[in-house]
Design a binder for this molecule. Sequence first.
Ligand code: PLP
Length: 404
Amino acid sequence: MRTFEKSNKLDHVSYDIRGPVLDEAQRMRANGEKILRLNTGNPAEFGFLAPDEVISDLMAHAVESEGYSDSRGIFSARKAIMQYCQIKGFPNLDINDIFTGNGVSELIVMAMQGLLNTGDEVLIPMPDYPLWTAAVSLAGGKAVHYICDEQAGWFPDIDDIRAKITSNTKAIVLINPNNPTGALYSKDLLLDIVQVARENNLIIYSDEIYDRLVMDGAEHIPIASLAPDLFVVTMNGLSKSHRIAGFRVGWMVLSGEKSHVKGYIEGLNMLASMRLCSNVLAQSVVQTSLGGIQSVDKLLLPGGRIFEQREFIYKAINDIPGLSAVKPQAAFYIFPKIDREMYQIDNDEQFVLDFLKQEKILLVHGRGFNWQEPDHFRIVYLPRVDELAEIQEKMERFLQQYRR
Ligand code: PLP
């Protein structure tokens, strides 16, 4: 019988968040075992409900959303996104610079498909949100990882970025606020990245899907606002801030100088038309979501769920001997480090798999985020504090078997 393999376009693509560890978790759940899932950044799954206004708007727009829309998106959504970005200081925008997508995910793939030829290089943070690396590889490009330095609060290492630029480098990606580290970048750091991009004629891609999930009174600065003379592509969406990951609504904004990227923008318009349009009903809630008070804000203040869960997990992790973590300032992830002088761990995926089997807690291993050493894992701290409390005791006990 003729057999069918995956295409060779996928040979160099890896996407581990949904990998063997998750398969085991699914098997265990199918057997009726209760698992604490600290692996997906899906707020709705943990009782974070969408604002009522979003749901009622969605229902009100059902009938008028039956048809396809403009391939870049409906007018009200794109106008609201444009105004949201203008208020945040994005330069040189008009409505045709806004593309809606079925989540940021679709737009990341589209943006890389439209840009890369075989062998083109893109600088990607390490650790990363792995879709960026996968999308570059799928498009025939080469992901070149630059170090985010844990000692420096997980900020990108500018010297490492500079050292990794070659004549094939076309673009640099940043994820700010960051998944998996929870870091929020400072203006000085962003200015340094802009300078590197300027000197080397790079396009900047900035994934800012967590821009509304910032704590401690800090402010998110979009890199686009600091780079009027460069071409910047910014991604954002409602999956996290409005707890509607399942609706699939994201957008991509082209800002700054565009005279040298006309051909690329033509390609993006072609790709957008090929998928006809993104989910029209989901687009219909963008205007409501971005206008007025951001309902996520109260979750991020002292007393709010995300804030209190962050405080809890940060202390819980740092109280375990041989584990340490930088305090996240944004999003809802923490990326702890395991001291391998204290614990003999050579395979972080196996470590996470064994933790799942023994303690019934599901995490993602650091190498799933293209981190090179087997000494990190990511926790999604969306579950309530009473559930998060399980991790401290169980992890401390579990680690004992790896003691040197
Ligand atoms: N970018 C980052 C940094 C993410 O963490 C995620 C989801 O976890 C996405 C993009 C995908 O978002 P969407 O639901 O809009 O596809």
